[in-house]
Design a protein around this ligand. Structure first.
Ligand SMILES: [Zn+2]
Length: 185
């Protein structure tokens, strides 16, 4: 499988947490989202000899007519692929950058109560990118409407390190215990 396909399934298809994929250097291929795939993809990667198995799930076996095997919990690519360290722009990553805090009223909310606010409204030509969006609660979003208000602190393009820090201090995401040592940046 080529590098393009890897990024594609990481970002578009794979939101499953069955098996962690590590790059050839033993670090996750991606942190946001964490490079984890469903068990079928993991098994396919093993059979196509793209990865070696680092750990298996102790009690999870699957059977085909001719054999049975344990589902991998962590696999590592045989080769090291160089990926961009740039953080993907997404709603979730904007919330993470802003620590799930409405940048206008400064209260912390759950994801479902937050929205993305365009600092320069779309109706006034504002673009959808790191520097023109901010995390906003629904009531601030309503009262702000089409006004232009600068959020504080100023918005920025986060680095991978910023998001890892945010993730750590939120401590919210449940990670498989087996995976912990591989994920620490
Ligand atoms: Zn608010």
């Amino acid at each position: 499988m080529g590098i393009k396909n890897f990024s594609k399934f990481l970002y578009d298809y794979s939101m499953s947490n069955d098996c962690l994929i590590l790059n050839g250097n033993g670090k996750p291929l991606s942190y946001f989202p964490l490079s984890a795939v469903d068990w079928k993809t993991a098994v396919k990667l093993v059979f196509t000899r793209n990865v070696i198995i680092i750990k298996e799930h102790d009690t999870w076996e699957v059977r085909s007519p001719s054999q049975s095997f344990k589902v991998p919990s962590i696999v590592m690519l045989r080769k090291y692929y160089k990926f961009s360290k740039k953080v993907k722009f997404s709603r979730s990553n904007v919330f993470l950058r802003d620590m799930f805090t409405c940048q206008y009223c400064k209260n912390v909310f759950e994801k479902k109560d937050l929205t993305i606010d365009h600092i320069i409204p779309k109706s006034k030509g504002g673009e959808t990118n790191w520097l023109n969006v901010t995390t906003c609660c629904k009531s601030c979003n309503l009262s702000k409407a089409d006004k232009i208000i600068d959020p504080s602190p100023e918005v920025k393009t986060p680095s991978l390190r910023d998001l890892i820090k945010g993730q750590e201090s939120l401590g919210a995401k449940k990670i498989e215990t087996d995976w912990q040592e591989y994920i620490v940046a």
